[in-house]
Design a protein around this ligand. Structure first.
Ligand SMILES: *Cc1c(COP(=O)(O)O)cnc(C)c1O
Length: 295
């Protein structure tokens, strides 16, 4: 159903990449049309746990533009599992394209107030959804990180000196840290503004004390979560022209743009071999006006 052979390791040479530095993208976005990128990796162990516990209903959480809800809806449809999304805020008169698609794929939408959503971690959802398996918002749990340990072994990634990914909840980064070589350096480019709690969130999912070196980069959120400046769009269009790789506006666009800025500030020494994780999320580009992106 999910063919990992679709995933490619693609070397890139955009005009702004110095000749002394190698860079490649691990194209998780090619995994599957509807369940693309890191979201399937975060879901796989959760789905297996739900099955092992005999639960036939998955309940998870997100906002109206959540890639996690989109991927969960598509995966559950493919796997024949019932699923419900607890959605933040009242239903808008016209649902977002993400929620419309999720609903068409059989996901039930349960709207709650922002206050109730904020308390979701301490709410007993099984009284409302008996025998359901609960996947936290963004797939942020130990099973989510465990599934992401399978990303780096997909290809021979051992020669890269740096591994870079976009960070929302930090679950993907934690799985990468847990499965990287001890000499590799990991950098998570945070797409939220002022998200200093993330260091703790990542650390809580790490398996070893002596993990490879890692850090969160907080300077390249580009104005905050899902904020899109014209320079980001121009950068993404140019990157597509030069590499034929489509990026998304919320995560991977900011990751690659942040990488370029860090290159310009000399963060990566000559001889660095940098792996960028393309975590997918391209469905998020549908919220742009047609024609803004060249792809
Ligand atoms: C959700 C998402 C992320 C964030 O992953 P976390 O594990 O929550 O840090 C990164 N990239 C894309 C494309 C995503 O959709």
């Amino acid at each position: 159903m999910f063919d990992y052979n679709n995933i490619r390791l693609q070397y890139i040479s955009p005009t702004w990449l110095p000749g002394t530095i190698q860079a490649a993208m691990l194209r998780l976005d090619l995994l599957h049309g509807a369940v693309s990128g890191n979201k399937w990796f975060k879901l796989q162990c959760n789905v297996a746990a739900a099955k092992a516990q005999g639960r036939e209903h998955i309940v998870t959480f997100g906002g109206a533009y959540s890639n996690h809800l989109a991927a969960t809806a598509a995966a559950c449809q493919l796997l024949g599992i019932r699923c419900t999304a607890v959605v933040r805020g009242a239903a808008a008169p016209e649902l977002s394209h993400t929620l419309q698609l999720a609903q068409q794929q059989g996901m039930r939408l349960h709207f709650v107030t922002r206050e109730a959503y904020r308390d979701k971690e301490t709410t007993d959802w099984t009284s409302l959804f008996p025998n359901a398996y609960i996947v936290p918002e963004g797939g942020h749990n130990a099973a989510g990180a465990k599934g992401c340990e399978e990303i780096l072994p997909l290809k021979d990634c051992s020669a890269f000196t740096h591994i870079l990914c976009a960070v929302g909840t930090g679950t993907t980064l934690a799985g990468l840290i847990n499965s990287a070589q001890p000499q590799q350096q990991l950098k998570g480019y945070v797409v939220l503004k002022g998200a200093s709690y993330l260091e703790h969130e990542v650390r809580s999912l790490l398996l070893r004390d002596q993990s490879p070196q890692w850090e969160l980069v907080h300077e390249h959120h580009g104005g905050g979560y899902a904020k899109v400046k014209p320079e980001l769009i121009a950068f993404m269009n140019q990157f597509y022209e030069e590499t034929q790789i489509p990026l998304d506006i919320v995560y991977t666009g900011k990751l690659v743009q942040g990488f370029k800025k860090d290159l310009e500030s000399g963060v990566f020494p000559p001889g660095s071999r940098v792996l960028l994780i393309h975590s997918g999320g391209l469905q998020g580009n549908l919220s742009l006006k047609p024609g803004e992106l060249s792809y």
